[in-house]
Ligand binder design. Structure first.
Ligand code: FAD
Length: 438
Protein backbone atom coordinates (compact mmCIF):
# COMPACT_ATOMS: atom_id res chain seq x y z
CA UNK A 1 0.00 0.00 0.00
CA UNK A 2 1.00 3.66 -0.44
CA UNK A 3 0.92 6.31 2.27
CA UNK A 4 1.00 9.86 0.95
CA UNK A 5 2.50 12.48 3.25
CA UNK A 6 4.80 12.08 6.28
CA UNK A 7 3.12 14.51 8.66
CA UNK A 8 1.83 13.08 11.94
CA UNK A 9 -1.11 11.32 10.26
CA UNK A 10 0.96 9.55 7.62
CA UNK A 11 3.70 8.66 10.11
CA UNK A 12 1.18 7.29 12.57
CA UNK A 13 -0.46 5.21 9.81
CA UNK A 14 2.93 3.74 8.83
CA UNK A 15 3.90 3.17 12.48
CA UNK A 16 0.71 1.24 13.22
CA UNK A 17 0.81 -0.93 10.11
CA UNK A 18 2.10 -3.99 11.97
CA UNK A 19 3.83 -5.99 9.26
CA UNK A 20 1.91 -4.88 6.13
CA UNK A 21 4.14 -3.61 3.32
CA UNK A 22 4.03 0.13 2.68
CA UNK A 23 5.67 2.87 0.63
CA UNK A 24 5.59 6.28 2.35
CA UNK A 25 5.91 9.18 -0.10
CA UNK A 26 6.72 12.68 1.17
CA UNK A 27 7.31 15.82 -0.87
CA UNK A 28 9.61 17.40 1.67
CA UNK A 29 13.06 16.06 2.53
CA UNK A 30 12.01 15.78 6.17
CA UNK A 31 9.13 14.35 8.20
CA UNK A 32 6.61 16.36 10.21
CA UNK A 33 4.43 18.48 7.91
CA UNK A 34 2.91 21.24 10.07
CA UNK A 35 4.62 19.78 13.14
CA UNK A 36 8.04 20.99 12.00
CA UNK A 37 10.34 23.50 13.67
CA UNK A 38 12.79 26.08 12.36
CA UNK A 39 15.99 27.04 14.11
CA UNK A 40 17.98 30.25 13.79
CA UNK A 41 20.76 31.69 15.99
CA UNK A 42 19.86 29.39 18.87
CA UNK A 43 16.14 30.22 18.69
CA UNK A 44 13.56 27.55 17.91
CA UNK A 45 10.23 28.33 16.23
CA UNK A 46 7.37 25.98 15.35
CA UNK A 47 4.74 26.59 12.69
CA UNK A 48 3.22 28.94 15.30
CA UNK A 49 2.14 27.36 18.61
CA UNK A 50 2.12 23.58 18.43
CA UNK A 51 1.30 22.40 21.92
CA UNK A 52 0.51 18.77 22.53
CA UNK A 53 -2.83 18.25 24.27
CA UNK A 54 -3.21 14.57 25.08
CA UNK A 55 -6.50 13.01 26.13
CA UNK A 56 -6.52 9.69 24.36
CA UNK A 57 -4.88 6.76 26.21
CA UNK A 58 -3.52 5.22 23.00
CA UNK A 59 -1.77 8.44 21.97
CA UNK A 60 -0.48 9.01 25.51
CA UNK A 61 1.08 5.56 25.47
CA UNK A 62 2.56 6.13 22.02
CA UNK A 63 4.06 9.49 23.00
CA UNK A 64 5.41 8.12 26.30
CA UNK A 65 7.05 5.23 24.45
CA UNK A 66 8.66 7.62 21.98
CA UNK A 67 9.90 9.94 24.75
CA UNK A 68 10.75 7.17 27.18
CA UNK A 69 13.70 9.04 28.71
CA UNK A 70 11.39 11.62 30.35
CA UNK A 71 12.14 14.09 27.58
CA UNK A 72 8.71 15.73 27.68
CA UNK A 73 7.67 18.59 29.92
CA UNK A 74 4.15 19.19 31.13
CA UNK A 75 3.09 22.84 31.10
CA UNK A 76 0.02 24.51 32.61
CA UNK A 77 -1.41 26.92 30.08
CA UNK A 78 -0.97 30.67 30.70
CA UNK A 79 -3.19 32.46 28.25
CA UNK A 80 -4.61 35.99 28.11
CA UNK A 81 -6.69 38.29 25.96
CA UNK A 82 -5.56 41.84 25.19
CA UNK A 83 -8.51 44.19 24.76
CA UNK A 84 -9.19 47.88 25.47
CA UNK A 85 -5.64 48.27 26.80
CA UNK A 86 -6.16 45.60 29.46
CA UNK A 87 -4.74 42.13 29.89
CA UNK A 88 -7.69 39.84 30.63
CA UNK A 89 -7.68 36.24 31.65
CA UNK A 90 -8.72 33.67 29.04
CA UNK A 91 -11.42 33.02 27.92
CA UNK A 92 -12.82 36.47 27.26
CA UNK A 93 -16.46 35.40 27.78
CA UNK A 94 -15.74 34.25 31.34
CA UNK A 95 -13.24 36.94 32.37
CA UNK A 96 -14.62 40.37 31.56
CA UNK A 97 -12.98 41.97 34.61
CA UNK A 98 -10.49 44.64 33.59
CA UNK A 99 -12.51 45.95 30.62
CA UNK A 100 -13.98 49.47 30.87
CA UNK A 101 -17.14 49.24 33.06
CA UNK A 102 -19.42 50.28 30.17
CA UNK A 103 -18.07 47.41 28.06
CA UNK A 104 -18.55 44.95 30.94
CA UNK A 105 -22.15 46.19 31.30
CA UNK A 106 -22.78 45.77 27.56
CA UNK A 107 -21.32 42.24 27.58
CA UNK A 108 -23.26 41.16 30.68
CA UNK A 109 -26.55 42.62 29.42
CA UNK A 110 -26.11 40.82 26.08
CA UNK A 111 -25.22 37.56 27.82
CA UNK A 112 -28.37 37.59 29.97
CA UNK A 113 -30.58 38.67 27.06
CA UNK A 114 -29.24 35.64 25.13
CA UNK A 115 -29.94 33.38 28.14
CA UNK A 116 -33.51 34.65 28.40
CA UNK A 117 -34.04 34.25 24.64
CA UNK A 118 -32.73 30.69 24.77
CA UNK A 119 -35.08 29.83 27.65
CA UNK A 120 -38.20 31.47 26.23
CA UNK A 121 -38.04 30.81 22.48
CA UNK A 122 -37.80 27.53 20.65
CA UNK A 123 -34.07 27.14 20.40
CA UNK A 124 -32.83 26.69 16.85
CA UNK A 125 -29.50 25.19 16.01
CA UNK A 126 -27.31 28.16 15.06
CA UNK A 127 -26.50 28.17 11.34
CA UNK A 128 -23.48 30.43 11.18
CA UNK A 129 -20.60 30.85 13.55
CA UNK A 130 -21.80 34.38 14.25
CA UNK A 131 -25.30 33.01 15.12
CA UNK A 132 -23.62 30.57 17.50
CA UNK A 133 -21.66 33.35 19.24
CA UNK A 134 -24.68 35.64 19.54
CA UNK A 135 -26.97 32.84 20.78
CA UNK A 136 -24.51 31.54 23.40
CA UNK A 137 -22.76 34.70 24.54
CA UNK A 138 -24.92 37.63 23.44
CA UNK A 139 -24.27 40.73 21.36
CA UNK A 140 -21.63 42.45 23.51
CA UNK A 141 -19.26 39.49 23.88
CA UNK A 142 -19.72 38.70 20.18
CA UNK A 143 -18.96 42.23 19.06
CA UNK A 144 -16.00 42.78 21.39
CA UNK A 145 -14.42 39.38 20.90
CA UNK A 146 -15.86 36.63 18.70
CA UNK A 147 -16.65 38.65 15.58
CA UNK A 148 -13.48 40.78 15.38
CA UNK A 149 -11.14 37.99 16.51
CA UNK A 150 -12.52 35.45 14.09
CA UNK A 151 -12.70 37.95 11.23
CA UNK A 152 -8.96 38.44 11.66
CA UNK A 153 -8.21 34.75 12.12
CA UNK A 154 -10.28 33.45 9.19
CA UNK A 155 -9.82 36.45 6.92
CA UNK A 156 -13.61 36.61 6.58
CA UNK A 157 -16.65 37.56 8.64
CA UNK A 158 -17.94 34.69 10.80
CA UNK A 159 -21.37 34.97 9.12
CA UNK A 160 -19.64 33.16 6.21
CA UNK A 161 -18.74 30.21 8.45
CA UNK A 162 -21.00 27.50 9.80
CA UNK A 163 -21.00 26.60 13.49
CA UNK A 164 -19.80 23.03 12.71
CA UNK A 165 -16.30 23.09 14.18
CA UNK A 166 -16.80 25.20 17.30
CA UNK A 167 -18.40 22.92 19.86
CA UNK A 168 -15.24 21.22 21.10
CA UNK A 169 -13.00 24.26 21.06
CA UNK A 170 -15.01 27.16 22.43
CA UNK A 171 -15.67 27.06 26.17
CA UNK A 172 -19.22 27.99 27.15
CA UNK A 173 -19.27 29.27 30.77
CA UNK A 174 -22.45 29.21 32.87
CA UNK A 175 -24.11 32.35 34.28
CA UNK A 176 -22.30 32.05 37.61
CA UNK A 177 -18.93 31.88 35.89
CA UNK A 178 -19.73 34.89 33.70
CA UNK A 179 -20.77 36.96 36.74
CA UNK A 180 -17.76 35.82 38.75
CA UNK A 181 -15.39 36.63 35.91
CA UNK A 182 -16.95 40.07 35.48
CA UNK A 183 -16.42 41.05 39.12
CA UNK A 184 -12.87 39.75 39.26
CA UNK A 185 -13.12 36.14 40.43
CA UNK A 186 -10.69 34.38 38.07
CA UNK A 187 -12.40 31.75 35.92
CA UNK A 188 -9.62 29.40 35.04
CA UNK A 189 -9.45 25.89 33.66
CA UNK A 190 -12.15 26.45 31.05
CA UNK A 191 -11.56 24.99 27.61
CA UNK A 192 -9.94 21.89 26.18
CA UNK A 193 -6.30 22.82 26.54
CA UNK A 194 -5.53 23.52 30.20
CA UNK A 195 -2.30 21.51 30.16
CA UNK A 196 -0.02 20.55 27.37
CA UNK A 197 3.08 18.47 26.80
CA UNK A 198 6.11 19.54 24.85
CA UNK A 199 9.58 18.13 24.04
CA UNK A 200 11.98 19.35 26.73
CA UNK A 201 14.82 19.89 24.23
CA UNK A 202 12.71 22.41 22.31
CA UNK A 203 10.89 22.05 18.99
CA UNK A 204 7.73 20.07 18.33
CA UNK A 205 9.62 18.40 15.49
CA UNK A 206 11.14 16.02 18.06
CA UNK A 207 7.79 14.21 17.97
CA UNK A 208 7.62 13.47 14.21
CA UNK A 209 11.39 12.86 14.18
CA UNK A 210 11.01 10.10 16.78
CA UNK A 211 7.97 8.63 15.05
CA UNK A 212 9.79 8.89 11.72
CA UNK A 213 12.88 7.09 13.07
CA UNK A 214 10.68 4.18 14.17
CA UNK A 215 8.94 4.11 10.78
CA UNK A 216 12.21 4.22 8.83
CA UNK A 217 13.52 1.23 10.78
CA UNK A 218 10.59 -0.97 9.70
CA UNK A 219 11.77 -3.70 7.37
CA UNK A 220 8.42 -3.96 5.64
CA UNK A 221 8.41 -0.28 4.68
CA UNK A 222 10.06 2.03 2.20
CA UNK A 223 10.23 5.81 2.73
CA UNK A 224 10.65 8.07 -0.29
CA UNK A 225 11.44 11.69 0.65
CA UNK A 226 11.69 14.69 -1.63
CA UNK A 227 9.13 13.14 -3.97
CA UNK A 228 5.81 14.58 -5.06
CA UNK A 229 2.80 12.46 -5.85
CA UNK A 230 2.35 13.18 -9.55
CA UNK A 231 -0.62 11.17 -10.76
CA UNK A 232 -3.02 8.54 -9.46
CA UNK A 233 -4.96 6.25 -11.77
CA UNK A 234 -7.92 4.92 -9.77
CA UNK A 235 -9.18 2.60 -12.54
CA UNK A 236 -5.82 0.95 -13.13
CA UNK A 237 -4.82 1.26 -9.44
CA UNK A 238 -1.46 2.77 -10.36
CA UNK A 239 0.49 5.71 -9.00
CA UNK A 240 3.29 7.84 -10.40
CA UNK A 241 5.65 9.69 -8.07
CA UNK A 242 8.33 12.16 -9.13
CA UNK A 243 11.15 10.04 -7.67
CA UNK A 244 10.33 7.11 -10.00
CA UNK A 245 9.27 7.62 -13.63
CA UNK A 246 7.18 4.45 -14.02
CA UNK A 247 3.67 3.73 -12.85
CA UNK A 248 3.60 1.62 -9.69
CA UNK A 249 0.66 -0.62 -8.69
CA UNK A 250 -1.22 -0.17 -5.43
CA UNK A 251 -3.84 -2.17 -3.63
CA UNK A 252 -4.94 0.74 -1.42
CA UNK A 253 -3.78 4.23 -0.55
CA UNK A 254 -3.80 6.20 2.70
CA UNK A 255 -3.59 9.84 1.63
CA UNK A 256 -2.85 12.67 4.07
CA UNK A 257 -2.05 15.36 1.49
CA UNK A 258 -4.61 18.18 1.21
CA UNK A 259 -7.84 16.94 -0.38
CA UNK A 260 -7.82 19.48 -3.27
CA UNK A 261 -4.22 18.44 -4.08
CA UNK A 262 -5.20 14.77 -4.09
CA UNK A 263 -8.13 15.30 -6.47
CA UNK A 264 -5.92 17.42 -8.77
CA UNK A 265 -3.61 14.41 -9.13
CA UNK A 266 -6.34 11.90 -9.95
CA UNK A 267 -6.48 10.93 -13.61
CA UNK A 268 -9.85 11.79 -15.19
CA UNK A 269 -12.07 12.17 -12.12
CA UNK A 270 -15.85 12.26 -12.81
CA UNK A 271 -17.38 15.76 -13.21
CA UNK A 272 -19.19 15.69 -9.84
CA UNK A 273 -15.86 15.01 -8.12
CA UNK A 274 -14.17 17.88 -9.91
CA UNK A 275 -17.07 20.15 -8.94
CA UNK A 276 -17.04 19.08 -5.30
CA UNK A 277 -13.28 19.66 -5.10
CA UNK A 278 -13.62 23.08 -6.73
CA UNK A 279 -16.06 24.11 -3.98
CA UNK A 280 -13.60 23.43 -1.12
CA UNK A 281 -12.29 26.56 0.58
CA UNK A 282 -9.33 27.05 2.90
CA UNK A 283 -7.31 29.87 4.35
CA UNK A 284 -3.65 30.54 4.09
CA UNK A 285 -1.78 31.98 7.10
CA UNK A 286 1.08 34.37 7.29
CA UNK A 287 3.10 34.70 10.47
CA UNK A 288 6.37 35.98 11.88
CA UNK A 289 9.07 34.20 13.85
CA UNK A 290 10.35 36.87 16.25
CA UNK A 291 13.59 36.71 18.26
CA UNK A 292 14.16 39.15 21.14
CA UNK A 293 17.43 40.21 22.74
CA UNK A 294 16.03 39.98 26.27
CA UNK A 295 13.41 37.88 28.02
CA UNK A 296 9.91 38.99 26.93
CA UNK A 297 8.17 41.24 29.45
CA UNK A 298 4.88 39.29 29.47
CA UNK A 299 4.70 35.89 31.12
CA UNK A 300 1.91 34.34 29.02
CA UNK A 301 2.34 31.52 26.53
CA UNK A 302 -0.01 33.15 24.08
CA UNK A 303 -2.41 36.09 23.93
CA UNK A 304 -5.52 36.68 21.80
CA UNK A 305 -5.74 40.12 20.20
CA UNK A 306 -9.25 40.80 18.83
CA UNK A 307 -9.02 44.53 18.11
CA UNK A 308 -8.68 45.54 14.46
CA UNK A 309 -6.12 48.25 15.24
CA UNK A 310 -3.47 45.56 15.71
CA UNK A 311 -2.17 43.84 12.55
CA UNK A 312 -2.20 40.43 14.24
CA UNK A 313 -4.75 38.25 16.03
CA UNK A 314 -2.55 36.07 18.26
CA UNK A 315 0.94 36.29 19.66
CA UNK A 316 2.74 33.46 21.40
CA UNK A 317 5.94 33.28 23.42
CA UNK A 318 7.44 29.82 22.94
CA UNK A 319 10.25 30.49 25.40
CA UNK A 320 7.83 31.35 28.23
CA UNK A 321 6.41 27.84 27.94
CA UNK A 322 9.66 25.95 27.35
CA UNK A 323 12.98 27.64 28.20
CA UNK A 324 15.03 25.72 25.65
CA UNK A 325 13.18 27.48 22.81
CA UNK A 326 15.53 30.48 23.13
CA UNK A 327 19.10 31.11 24.30
CA UNK A 328 19.30 32.09 27.97
CA UNK A 329 18.00 35.61 28.60
CA UNK A 330 16.38 35.92 25.13
CA UNK A 331 12.92 35.18 23.71
CA UNK A 332 11.31 33.30 20.79
CA UNK A 333 7.84 34.40 19.71
CA UNK A 334 5.30 33.94 16.93
CA UNK A 335 2.96 36.59 15.60
CA UNK A 336 -0.06 35.45 13.55
CA UNK A 337 -0.91 38.16 11.03
CA UNK A 338 -4.29 39.28 9.77
CA UNK A 339 -3.03 40.25 6.30
CA UNK A 340 -1.89 37.16 4.42
CA UNK A 341 -1.12 38.81 1.11
CA UNK A 342 1.21 41.71 1.83
CA UNK A 343 4.49 42.00 3.67
CA UNK A 344 3.88 43.32 7.18
CA UNK A 345 5.38 46.54 8.45
CA UNK A 346 7.82 44.92 10.89
CA UNK A 347 8.51 48.15 12.77
CA UNK A 348 4.74 48.56 13.34
CA UNK A 349 4.51 44.96 14.60
CA UNK A 350 7.43 45.52 17.01
CA UNK A 351 5.83 48.75 18.23
CA UNK A 352 2.49 47.01 18.80
CA UNK A 353 4.18 44.19 20.76
CA UNK A 354 5.86 46.81 22.96
CA UNK A 355 2.59 48.72 23.43
CA UNK A 356 0.87 45.53 24.58
CA UNK A 357 3.69 44.86 27.03
CA UNK A 358 4.66 41.58 25.35
CA UNK A 359 8.25 42.75 24.89
CA UNK A 360 10.23 45.41 26.76
CA UNK A 361 10.50 47.74 23.75
CA UNK A 362 10.45 47.72 19.96
CA UNK A 363 14.26 47.89 19.90
CA UNK A 364 14.32 44.59 21.77
CA UNK A 365 13.51 42.71 18.55
CA UNK A 366 16.67 41.13 17.17
CA UNK A 367 15.18 39.60 14.01
CA UNK A 368 11.89 38.63 12.41
CA UNK A 369 11.23 36.09 9.69
CA UNK A 370 8.07 36.01 7.61
CA UNK A 371 6.51 32.59 6.90
CA UNK A 372 3.43 31.28 5.12
CA UNK A 373 1.21 28.25 5.63
CA UNK A 374 -0.60 27.53 2.37
CA UNK A 375 -3.18 25.18 3.90
CA UNK A 376 -3.76 26.44 7.44
CA UNK A 377 -7.49 26.23 8.19
CA UNK A 378 -10.23 24.45 6.28
CA UNK A 379 -13.17 26.83 5.82
CA UNK A 380 -16.44 25.51 7.24
CA UNK A 381 -18.84 27.19 4.83
CA UNK A 382 -22.21 25.96 3.53
CA UNK A 383 -20.58 23.74 0.92
CA UNK A 384 -18.14 22.06 3.32
CA UNK A 385 -20.23 19.16 4.63
CA UNK A 386 -21.68 17.81 1.37
CA UNK A 387 -18.60 18.35 -0.77
CA UNK A 388 -16.35 16.71 1.77
CA UNK A 389 -18.70 13.70 2.11
CA UNK A 390 -18.97 13.31 -1.69
CA UNK A 391 -15.20 13.32 -2.08
CA UNK A 392 -14.31 11.06 0.83
CA UNK A 393 -16.98 8.48 -0.07
CA UNK A 394 -15.93 8.38 -3.72
CA UNK A 395 -12.27 8.04 -2.80
CA UNK A 396 -13.04 5.26 -0.33
CA UNK A 397 -15.03 3.40 -3.01
CA UNK A 398 -11.83 3.45 -5.10
CA UNK A 399 -9.60 2.16 -2.27
CA UNK A 400 -8.23 5.54 -1.14
CA UNK A 401 -8.64 6.55 2.50
CA UNK A 402 -8.07 10.31 2.73
CA UNK A 403 -7.40 11.32 6.33
CA UNK A 404 -5.61 13.76 8.62
CA UNK A 405 -6.30 17.46 9.04
CA UNK A 406 -6.18 18.28 5.33
CA UNK A 407 -6.89 14.81 3.96
CA UNK A 408 -10.18 14.49 5.88
CA UNK A 409 -10.66 18.26 5.47
CA UNK A 410 -11.33 19.08 9.12
CA UNK A 411 -10.10 21.18 12.04
CA UNK A 412 -8.05 18.92 14.27
CA UNK A 413 -5.08 18.61 16.57
CA UNK A 414 -1.85 16.64 16.47
CA UNK A 415 -3.44 14.05 18.74
CA UNK A 416 -6.43 13.71 16.41
CA UNK A 417 -4.04 13.31 13.48
CA UNK A 418 -2.19 10.48 15.19
CA UNK A 419 -5.53 8.80 15.97
CA UNK A 420 -6.59 9.15 12.34
CA UNK A 421 -3.30 7.52 11.33
CA UNK A 422 -4.03 4.58 13.67
CA UNK A 423 -7.50 4.23 12.23
CA UNK A 424 -6.16 4.35 8.68
CA UNK A 425 -3.71 1.55 9.52
CA UNK A 426 -6.59 -0.51 10.96
CA UNK A 427 -8.63 0.15 7.79
CA UNK A 428 -5.74 -0.91 5.56
CA UNK A 429 -5.11 -4.08 7.51
CA UNK A 430 -8.79 -5.04 7.74
CA UNK A 431 -9.13 -4.48 4.02
CA UNK A 432 -6.07 -6.64 3.39
CA UNK A 433 -7.53 -9.47 5.47
CA UNK A 434 -10.90 -9.18 3.70
CA UNK A 435 -9.18 -9.06 0.32
CA UNK A 436 -7.16 -12.17 1.14
CA UNK A 437 -10.21 -14.20 2.15
CA UNK A 438 -12.69 -13.06 -0.52
C1 FAD B 1 -1.24 27.34 12.60
C2 FAD B 1 -1.51 26.00 13.21
C3 FAD B 1 -1.39 25.83 14.58
C4 FAD B 1 -1.65 24.58 15.15
N1 FAD B 1 -1.50 24.42 16.50
C5 FAD B 1 -1.69 23.20 17.05
C6 FAD B 1 -1.50 22.99 18.45
O1 FAD B 1 -1.13 23.89 19.20
N2 FAD B 1 -1.73 21.75 18.94
C7 FAD B 1 -2.13 20.70 18.15
O2 FAD B 1 -2.32 19.59 18.67
N3 FAD B 1 -2.32 20.88 16.84
C8 FAD B 1 -2.11 22.09 16.25
N4 FAD B 1 -2.29 22.26 14.92
C9 FAD B 1 -2.78 21.12 14.12
C10 FAD B 1 -1.65 20.17 13.67
O3 FAD B 1 -0.66 20.88 12.97
C11 FAD B 1 -2.25 19.13 12.73
O4 FAD B 1 -3.34 18.46 13.33
C12 FAD B 1 -1.26 18.05 12.28
O5 FAD B 1 0.07 18.48 12.24
C13 FAD B 1 -1.71 17.60 10.91
O6 FAD B 1 -0.94 16.53 10.47
P1 FAD B 1 -1.23 15.86 9.05
O7 FAD B 1 -0.25 14.77 8.90
O8 FAD B 1 -2.67 15.48 8.94
O9 FAD B 1 -1.00 17.01 7.96
P2 FAD B 1 0.36 17.75 7.55
O10 FAD B 1 1.16 18.03 8.75
O11 FAD B 1 -0.04 18.87 6.69
O12 FAD B 1 1.14 16.64 6.71
C14 FAD B 1 0.86 16.39 5.35
C15 FAD B 1 2.17 15.99 4.66
O13 FAD B 1 1.89 15.77 3.29
C16 FAD B 1 2.98 16.28 2.52
N5 FAD B 1 2.49 16.55 1.15
C17 FAD B 1 1.64 17.50 0.75
N6 FAD B 1 1.44 17.43 -0.57
C18 FAD B 1 2.18 16.38 -1.01
C19 FAD B 1 2.36 15.76 -2.29
N7 FAD B 1 1.75 16.22 -3.37
N8 FAD B 1 3.18 14.70 -2.39
C20 FAD B 1 3.80 14.20 -1.28
N9 FAD B 1 3.64 14.73 -0.05
C21 FAD B 1 2.84 15.80 0.08
C22 FAD B 1 3.38 17.55 3.26
O14 FAD B 1 4.70 17.94 2.94
C23 FAD B 1 3.23 17.10 4.73
O15 FAD B 1 4.43 16.57 5.24
C24 FAD B 1 -2.06 23.49 14.33
C25 FAD B 1 -2.17 23.68 12.95
C26 FAD B 1 -1.91 24.91 12.39
C27 FAD B 1 -2.04 25.09 10.91
Amino acid sequence: MFILGAGLTGLSAAYHLQGSRFVLVERSKVVGGKARSHRQAGHTFDVTGHWLHLRDDRVQTLVQDLFSGGDLVSVRRKTNVWSHGALLRYPFQANLYGLPPAVVQECLAGFFEAQVAAATTTAQTPRTFEDFARARFGAGISEHFFVPYNTKLWGMHPDKLTAEWVSRYIPVPNASQVIGGAVGVPQEGLGYNVEFQYPKAGGIDHLPEKLGAAVKSREHGECVFGSDVEEIDVKGRRIKISAAPDWQPWSRVVSTIPLPELIKRIKDPPPQIREAAAALRWVKWRYLDVATRTTPAADYHWVYVPERRYPFFRVGVYSNAVESMAPKGRGSLYVELEDRDNAPDQAQVAQALAEMGTIAGAEDVDFMKLRDIEYAYVVFDDAWKDCRATLLEWLMSKGIHSCGRYGAWVYNSMEDSMIQGMEAAAWATMDAVKGATS
